[in-house]
Design a binder for this molecule. Structure first.
Ligand SMILES: *Cc1c(COP(=O)(O)O)cnc(C)c1O
Length: 247
């Protein structure tokens, strides 16, 4: 039972967010160290879905200048409300055609690209607004059919088609691991994405660009780092459990 005495501290103030960040950064550093990587090459992307503006302003003050949302509408209204800050907004959830214009206007990054039609619309809108967008192509590494993303064997062809959209800056590949406590399975999902990237780098370097890997969330980011993640998307471990009832 949760009482005020044993309830976990949910960060609200700038100082509490500093603490939450320090804890995650320390675990990032340990994970990187285990495999001889430089922690500096791992970007921590805080996932702020369901977290209200007030707390996000404190998080921003504590240094979280990049924020990720999985729903366009929520991201857009937060971007509007916080337009006085210089937030780098990342959309990390699936995107419908009727939302591409909005994303082209406010987002700096889109991590769930898996349809050419969406890429084409984003590219056209971005050109209207004289903007560019960083993108990650989502791969269904787990084979879980509820998950969006391309089959690994479709990725090369998809990247070829992406080349014509020059308002889109391809930053790399993104995946979500199978939802399981079995670490072996999770690790395999991540290493599969890395192998896919490595193979493309070797055969088609012009397609994969810098070849970043966005993988790992609160439960599995240390495994992801050990397997080569360059971006981790962390929500709960920074903001606490999400409160869906508040909206
Ligand atoms: C919500 C979300 C995350 C973060 O999940 P946590 O388990 O809270 O860290 C990461 N990636 C995507 C695509 C998400 O929707």
């Amino acid at each position: 039972m949760s009482t005020p005495e044993n309830a976990p501290v949910v960060a609200t103030t700038e100082i509490e967010f500093h603490k939450a960040l320090d804890e995650v950064r320390e675990r990032i550093a340990f994970a990187a160290e285990r495999v001889g990587r430089d922690p500096q090459e791992i970007r921590l992307l805080p996932v702020s879905k369901t977290v209200p503006e007030e707390r996000l302003r404190a998080a921003y003050a504590a240094g979280m200048i990049q924020l990720a949302e999985n729903k366009v509408q929520e991201a857009e209204s937060k971007a509007e409300a916080m337009a006085d800050l210089n937030v780098h907004w990342a959309v990390i959830g699936p995107l419908q055609s009727n939302k591409t214009r909005a994303v082209a206007q406010f987002a700096d990054e889109f991590q769930a690209l898996d349809r050419i039609r969406i890429a084409s619309r984003l590219d056209a809108h971005l050109k209207e607004y004289n903007r560019t967008l960083d993108v990650y192509v989502q791969v269904n590494a787990s084979g879980e059919d509820t998950k969006s993303g391309l089959e690994p064997r479709q990725v090369e062809d998809f990247l070829e088609q992406l080349q014509e959209f020059d308002a889109l800056n391809l930053r790399g590949l993104m995946t979500m691991a199978f939802h399981t406590d079995d670490e072996t399975v999770v690790r395999e999902n991540f290493s599969m994405l890395r192998d896919l990237r490595d193979d493309l780098r070797e055969r088609r370097p012009e397609l994969i660009g810098e070849g970043g890997l966005s993988m790992g969330m609160s439960n599995d980011y240390e495994i992801a780092i050990e397997e080569g993640a360059t971006v981790i998307r962390v929500g709960t471990a920074i903001f606490g459990a999400r409160d869906y009832s508040a909206k």
